[in-house]
Design a protein around this ligand. Structure first.
Ligand SMILES: [Ca+2]
Ligand SMILES: [Ca+2]
Length: 210
């Protein structure tokens, strides 16, 4: 008996079923890969954004006059360095334990660039501080359940206004050693596998001696 050329309906059905299964597998793999790439892109963008924000803040702090530099006191500064928490104090010297030298908020005046006979003119007080996102408390716990701990935004205060300079900041540390001011910002974002990745940006400045 001569077999007819071509495929039977059963064979075609089997082939199309197999094709459908393979297509589904390839599509789901591609979707997962694209999703993962997008998340990795977002992570890379978050890291770049943090670097850019740190550079902007560094440019703002660069003309800071070191004699005007103040840090916000905490309970740990009382009573040796401050009468109470929340006071603007001179930064503890290098003999102080490191945690006491790491400030979360600073104030300073900058040179305006206008040179007078006796001294460089100074700006009004400028401040840098972290403002917690709504739903977060400063308690070392992720209160709003997004994975980030005590996150907020960096705010610049000047001339009676406040400007947001960086978002998703978990922590900020300003440390003055001699004339070297180091700022470390920490942020976080999710990678392609959904894991939260933490990363930092560090800026080091040499402050002017006036
Ligand atoms: Ca959080
Ligand atoms: Ca918290």
């Amino acid at each position: 008996m001569r077999r007819e050329a071509g495929f039977s309906m059963v064979e075609l059905a089997m082939v199309s079923t197999l094709l459908a299964i393979v297509t589904t597998i390839i599509t789901s793999c591609l979707t997962a890969a694209v999703g993962s790439l997008r998340a990795d892109d977002r992570l890379a963008m978050s890291m770049e954004s943090l670097q850019r924000s740190a550079m902007h803040l560094s440019q703002i702090m660069r003309p800071c006059a070191i004699t005007t530099y103040r840090v916000l006191s905490t309970e740990a500064h009382v009573p040796l360095y401050a009468a109470a928490a929340g006071e603007w104090i001179e930064p503890p010297d290098e003999a102080a334990p490191l945690p006491l030298r790491e400030a979360k908020a600073i104030q300073f005046r900058s040179a305006t660039g206008d040179l007078s006979v006796n001294a460089v003119s100074l700006t009004e007080i400028r401040g840098l501080r972290k403002v917690l996102d709504s739903g977060e408390l400063d308690n070392g716990i992720d209160d709003d359940g997004d994975g980030m701990i005590d996150e907020g935004r960096m705010v610049l205060d000047y001339d009676g206004i406040s400007v947001s300079m960086a978002a998703d900041i978990e922590s900020v540390k300003f440390t003055l050693t001699g004339r070297l001011l180091t700022m470390v910002l920490q942020s976080a974002a999710r990678d392609g596998n959904g894991r939260l990745q933490r990363f930092t940006a560090t800026e080091v400045l040499y402050l002017r001696n006036n």
